[in-house]
Design a protein around this ligand. Sequence first.
Ligand code: ADP
Ligand code: F6P
Length: 319
Amino acid sequence: MKRIGILTSGGDAPGMNAAIRATVRKSIFHGIEAFGVKNGYQGLMDGNFVKMHVGSVGDIIQRGGTVLFSARCEEFKTDEGQLQAIEQLRKNGIEALIVIGGDGSLMGAQKLVEKGFPCIGIPATIDNDISCTDFTIGFDTALNTIIEAVDKIRDTATSHERTYVIEVMGREAGDLALWAGVGAGAESVIIPENDGDFSDVIHRLKRGHARGKKHSIILLAEGAGSAIEYGKKIQEATELETRVTVLGHIQRGGSPTANDRVLASRLGSSAVDLLLEGADGMMVGIVNNQPVEHLLKDVLMKKHHTNYQLYKLSKELSI
Ligand code: ADP
Ligand code: F6P
């Protein structure tokens, strides 16, 4: 292995830069040339490659976003797009690719593998919705951003004796809402993995109000429905003054937490180790605090399961 490519794709996630830094530095440490691919799969198809040096990844470990930029590229989903990308890689003498991104991006990597080009995936998305890894890069930072926002909303909720429905990201997954609900002490958490629990939400709100609670916080995962609709239904059912906040893309930005920086550094380094061992078509995740590799095709076939123990705990602690 003499020359590898590295790309970031899909929704950006804090810690992607730390992963880029680790893959570049670890490659150079082993005498492998590293090329950054700009703009995700679009840049791969266009041959938008830039040689990376030790200094190219200096001063980025603390920065959110991705210095290689990201893209959502429909054309790459076609066979022609994938073959064009492989042609560009081969033309530039690149022998393997490390893909840093969410499930869509890892699916893109698997398509390249199926067409004969070696790839290793690193899970990076704030959603934490990928199987075979306990955490994805960016989840911890987004979670901390949400908790900071909820703490601030709680102040004004208390002053005005209001109920707040706070909608957080996560696509079809409820992990951000669930972990933030436990971490910020929300009254209720509404997640797609467990909807149909609306009567319980109302029961908890009424019970809290009856014992003199000044505010209530409900964390809603975007995949479970619209905060505006839930806000209306809750106000109607409880007659409590209800407000809605949709946190939006603030959850995707910001300096990565220590956990995300360390996770990204470990997974980036492990991805290069895998290439050195001759592995192909694998994703390296973190399981029980150890980097563990799985076949990409298995990762993509299996569904990520949310932590039901944590869901139970959120209910037990918000009585
Ligand atoms: P994420 O990686 O964050 O889940 P997306 O689902 O938007 O983000 O995927 C990012 C990109 O990965 C897409 O724009 C596309 O270029 C590529 N991709 C997604 N799904 C596929 C697929 N089935 N085949 C090939 N490429 C795909
Ligand atoms: O996958 C990351 C994510 O932020 C999801 O939580 C969210 O549903 C989606 O991306 C938003 O995508 P966009 O950046 O296209 O608005």
